[in-house]
Design a binder for this molecule. Structure first.
Ligand SMILES: Cc1ncc(C[n+]2csc(CCOP(=O)(O)OP(=O)(O)O)c2C)c(N)n1
Length: 527
């Protein structure tokens, strides 16, 4: 990638378009932690971008690494899924005060409908919370254009800029025009304590600078072209953002349309749009953020708060059709999700996680706190092997919390990537506070759930080059675990014996279930 291709148009997914947009904008680094639906952006860049594209251990590290590259004057793309932003929220809330140097675009992919997530939180609220702008594309071309715009805006306002995607943007393809890449910024690391130190003496001034920028950005949005009005001449209107704008276009030509693609915007945009309308629909994925504003300016607003759309789950192309068409043939072509056969995810045949769960069952009664990964599928019958699941890294802390109540035979089940993501501090805390728990780390030599990304335990980088390698056993011992044993989960009886022993012992014991994911085991053998 990187060659001039004139005005070629290529069919690409929103995620590919974001990756290409970042390259065209002259990034020097792309950094992220995997999470559906954002994962394939870094994967695309690792394969097609000659520069640096990295997986790091979690989203907080991703954002902090991006901030470092920006301090060095470079443009950097940082990617994560919506719940990842909770992990990165700490640096986010303060970097907005300090500001950035080289352009920093923060891509956050939301999952309305929670197809592969533990919730359906709406990242636009984080942008508002941190007082940073948010761009919300409605197709792949716009995803690319907005990505490029985000870098220019980031440097103009010295702010990280959020790009909010959703599953249907990230994973669906529309034609995208390819342009020449801009050259990378030169390296320039200049000390600027007033804007690089988040210390009390800087806070109030930086907060004021941020508030001023946010007000200027709202005005900037008016001429940005990202929030635009199309008039139909009728008295009905739709305000729509992101993918919902594509759905709104299915409603018919009689609707006036206000497309919101940029936050913040001055409320007068909405006030002017709804002024002469009889009826206003608001279509947005996630929470009724725009709708709440629209309600201040019009009495007849239909959306999620009025109950016309569900507040849970995602909208769809047919969201407006029952209102806008009497054509029974069209309606008959639409199908609701309820009519589709249910295909919940299941563990693959031969998955080592299943064998480990069999051994755990054989070892006798146990309360098992769980974590997030392929092994979470063990919560479902017939295994029913996991009793809790909350967020990444929570299994060990939950088990410790239970054990502090004097309860014995508590096990935490956690994958290798999840352990590296946020399990390590939990393990150290449990050792420190003398928990009596068994920690089962399911090491399958990859981040299986999100598509077999490599980890520091395999030592392979995102670009499939050799990186530094970390020993899981040494790591657990260094965390202070009373014992660390490796088992082969396919040897169920042997594994059950070790589990029984460790469940009966006091202290924090670790068992590492060592067996590669069956889908990559063949490849690993060949390597
Ligand atoms: C904060 C956060 N970031 C990312 C994800 C996406 N995600 C779900 S499970 C997982 C890791 C799974 O890897 P591992 O723990 O090794 O288990 P495996 O799937 O390989 O069994 C990731 C990255 C998430 N759910 N939450």
């Amino acid at each position: 990638m990187g060659k001039s291709s004139g005005s070629t148009k290529i069919l690409m997914s929103g995620n590919e378009a974001i990756a290409v947009g970042a390259v065209e904008a002259g990034i020097s680094l792309a950094v992220g932690y995997p999470g559906t639906p954002s994962t394939d952006i870094i994967e695309y860049l690792a394969k097609n971008f000659s520069g640096n594209a990295q997986w790091v251990l979690n989203e907080k590290i991703a954002l902090e690494t991006a901030i470092g590259a920006s301090y060095a004057g470079k443009r950097v793309l940082c990617t994560m899924k919506h719940v990842g932003l909770n992990v990165a929220a700490d640096p986010l809330m303060s970097i907005s005060y300090l500001g950035v140097k080289g352009g920093l675009a923060l891509l956050v992919a939301d999952d309305p409908g929670a197809y592969s997530s533990q919730n359906e939180q709406d990242s636009r609220f984080y942008a508002k919370f941190a007082n940073i702008p948010c761009l919300e594309p409605s197709d792949a071309q716009e995803a690319k254009d907005m990505t490029k715009a985000a870098f220019d805006l980031s440097e103009e306002f010295s702010l990280p800029i959020m790009l909010r995607s959703v599953t249907r943007i990230s994973h669906s393809a529309t034609p995208v025009e390819i342009n020449d890449p801009r050259p990378e910024n030169p390296v320039s690391l200049v000390k600027d304590p007033a804007h690089m130190l988040a210390v009390p003496s800087n806070v109030i001034r930086c907060h004021k600078e941020l508030n001023d920028k946010y007000a200027r950005l709202a005005e900037w949005s008016v001429t940005s072209g990202f929030n635009k009005v199309t008039r139909s001449g009728y008295k009905k209107g739709i305000i729509a953002s992101g993918i919902a704008y594509a759905y709104a276009n299915e409603a018919g030509a009689e609707y006036n349309m206000l497309k919101i693609g940029f936050y913040p915007f001055p409320e007068k945009i909405i006030a002017n749009f709804v002024k002469d309308l009889d009826e206003v629909w608001v279509m947005e994925e996630g929470e009724p953020l725009i709708e709440e504003i629209a309600r201040r300016y019009h009495k007849n607003v239909k959306g999620k708060l009025s109950g016309d759309f569900s507040r849970e789950g995602e909208l769809g192309p047919d969201a407006m059709l029952p209102q806008s068409t009497d054509d029974t043939e069209i309606k008959a072509c639409l199908f609701s999700q309820d009519e589709l056969a249910k295909r919940p995810p299941v563990m693959c045949p031969g998955c080592p996680h299943r064998e480990l769960y069999k051994a755990l069952k054989e070892a006798g009664p146990v309360f098992t706190t769980g974590d997030i990964g392929c092994y979470t599928l063990g919560a479902a019958p017939p295994l029913s092997a996991m009793d809790t699941c909350l967020c990444m890294g929570a299994s060990i802390s939950k088990a410790a919390g239970i054990s502090y109540q004097g309860i014995k035979r508590v096990a935490a089940v956690i994958g290798d990537s999840t352990f590296l993501h946020s399990g390590i501090p939990a393990l150290i805390s449990a050792v420190y506070n003398k928990a009596n728990i068994l920690v089962l780390i399911l090491d399958n030599s990859c981040v299986a759930m999100t598509g077999h990304q490599p980890t520091p335990l395999t030592g392979q980088t995102a670009k499939k080059e050799e990186g530094g390698r970390v020993s899981l056993k040494d790591l657990c011992l260094a965390c202070g675990s009373a014992s660390v044993e490796a088992v082969n989960p396919y040897k169920i009886d042997d594994t059950a014996k070790v589990i029984s022993e460790k469940l009966a012992a006091d202290g924090v014991h670790v068992i590492i279930s060592e067996s590669p994911c069956v889908l990559i085991a063949g490849k690993l053998k060949k390597a």
